[in-house]
Ligand binder design. Structure first.
Ligand code: BGP
Length: 479
């Protein structure tokens, strides 16, 4: 890395996820996914998880922004911005509608053939997430999602089918989106979307999360091994939500608490990048009497199936402060016991905006894992206003992204952190995962669709579209 300029092959692009962009929830043989049974919510409420699709409910992911039919024009707009890469996911239930079939659904495979061909037409590298909050709903109802070890087999069968099908079209893969999001197990949404689990009365939600998390990291390790057998050139990454937790003061107990919080949030990437469980966690399992189903074969696979790179999302940072009666034994809640950081502003949804936290995180992960890093999500959700002449003056988004790119470049050029690419969230306006809102917009491209499903679905370039076009054209020089 020279001090001046990013690598010529730096993967500038944009990111989406199938369930948030495609719509066509029951088209082409696709089965229901967990995203398809969640209603929308308000800005600060939890989405409702319904028992299947209920008449009279509005499901924002059913139509999303109709990318399934409009992708040729949308990919053309991505190419107009100069994208070198485009991150999306393959909807698991397009390929295995129920999730436990033996043979894949050919119509589903054909859709992604067409989508990846469209990207490659413009020399845009697909970056493909295998599971992005869109597990087949049947796996939830019949097997309990990742409660069951059987779901490891269903996931690896899905991974093998798409690795084989797209081995000449896709080089960059990610196994589970924000796999560590479920460490927020006290939020029904995160456990349900990541691992298809709903905690039952009397259950220990933390124990349920650790067992599901174990099956997922085993599934990831097997997928990595399968990928490298199919195409040794495949780059398979893990993917975590990176939201660092700072100590609120220099009080040693605050510093220790912040360290605990980071350990609790990133044991997933520890296992996926290093191939072993951190000692604090195995000690914790013993201390809590968690009798998890972890076999010797699992541990051997975790060692063999470590990832080639680490993808991550970065939106915000947190802070934590020890209370006087702190429980000296580590408890998960320390990673969720957060305080406001008075030194950083907040977004409309209360997300603490901290661009320097990106440089901090890039150094933290580089020092810990010594793997190439890929910023596969970074962005600000906002209520964008479409003017009468179909313009969107989203200077706040330009400022947010510029501030973060500046820090990314410092990490690369000053600190020597190897970063593969930058695919901000989101390439185009899509459904917000946590709220189900379309009005919480992230895209460079405005889509005329409202929270009640109304709208023409027309696409309009925002000011940030033209700004990002110049950023890419100058390889990050003209910010
Ligand atoms: C991350 C998810 C993305 C996207 C993003 C923005 O957790 O990986 O799918 O949703 O958050 O958050 P939201 O859509 O909830 O505003």
């Amino acid at each position: 890395m020279t001090k001046h300029g990013l690598p010529k092959n730096f993967l500038w692009g944009g990111a989406v996820a199938a369930h948030q962009v495609e719509g066509a929830y029951n088209v082409g043989g696709k089965g229901l996914s967990v995203a398809d049974v969640m209603t929308a919510a308000g800005s600060h409420d939890e989405r409702k998880i319904t028992d299947g699709v209920q008449a009279g409910e509005f499901y924002p992911n059913h139509d999303a922004v109709d990318f399934y039919h409009q992708y040729p024009a949308d990919v053309k707009l991505f190419a107009e911005m100069g994208f070198k890469s485009f991150r999306t996911s393959i909807a698991w239930s397009r390929i295995f509608p129920q999730g436990d079939e033996i043979e894949p659904n050919e119509e589903g495979l054909k859709f992604y053939d067409r989508l990846f061909d469209e990207c490659l037409k413009y020399n845009i590298e697909p970056v493909v997430t295998l599971s992005h909050f869109e597990m087949p709903y049947h796996l939830v109802t019949k097997y309990g999602g990742f409660r069951s070890r059987k779901t490891i087999t269903f996931f690896t069968r899905f991974a093998k089918a798409v690795f084989e099908r797209y081995q000449d079209k896709v080089k960059y893969w990610l196994t589970f989106n924000e796999i560590n999001n479920q460490s927020n197990y006290d939020r029904a949404f995160t456990l349900f979307t990541n691992s298809g689990i709903q905690v039952k009365p009397g259950e220990n939600a933390e124990e349920v999360m650790y067992q599901a998390g174990h099956y997922e990291v085993v599934a990831s390790s097997l997928a990595v091994q399968i990928a490298h057998q199919i195409n040794p050139d495949f780059q398979v990454g893990a993917m975590v939500a990176f939201s660092p937790v700072y100590p609120a003061t220099d009080k040693p107990s605050d510093v220790l608490k912040a360290q605990r919080a980071m350990q609790a949030r990133f044991w997933f990437s520890d296992v996926q990048c290093e191939g072993t469980y951190p000692t604090w966690l195995t000690q914790y399992f013993d201390a809590k009497g968690y009798d998890l189903d972890i076999t010797k074969a699992d541990l051997a696979n975790l060692k063999r199936g470590t990832v080639d790179y680490l993808g991550f999302s970065y939106y915000m940072s947190f802070a934590t402060q020890a209370s006087d009666h702190e429980d000296k034994q580590f408890s998960y809640n320390e990673s969720r016991d957060l305080v406001t950081n008075k030194y950083v502003p907040q977004s409309d949804w209360g997300w603490q905006v901290d661009p320097e936290g990106l440089r901090y995180g890039l150094n933290w992960m580089n020092d810990r894992y010594h793997l190439p890093l890929f910023i596969v999500e970074n962005g600000i959700g906002a209520i964008d206003k479409l003017t009468a002449d179909h313009e969107v003056h989203d200077q706040y988004r330009i400022d947010y992204l510029r501030d973060h790119i500046v820090q990314m470049k410092l990490a690369m050029e000053e600190d020597g952190v190897p970063v593969m690419g930058y695919t901000p969230w989101s390439a185009i306006d899509i459904v917000s995962a946590s709220t189900g809102q379309l009005s919480k917009r992230y895209g460079f491209i405005y889509v005329d669709r409202n929270d009640d499903g109304s709208g023409s679905l027309a696409r309009y370039r925002k000011d940030s579209f033209y700004w990002y076009q110049r950023v890419i054209a100058t390889n990050g020089e003209d910010l």
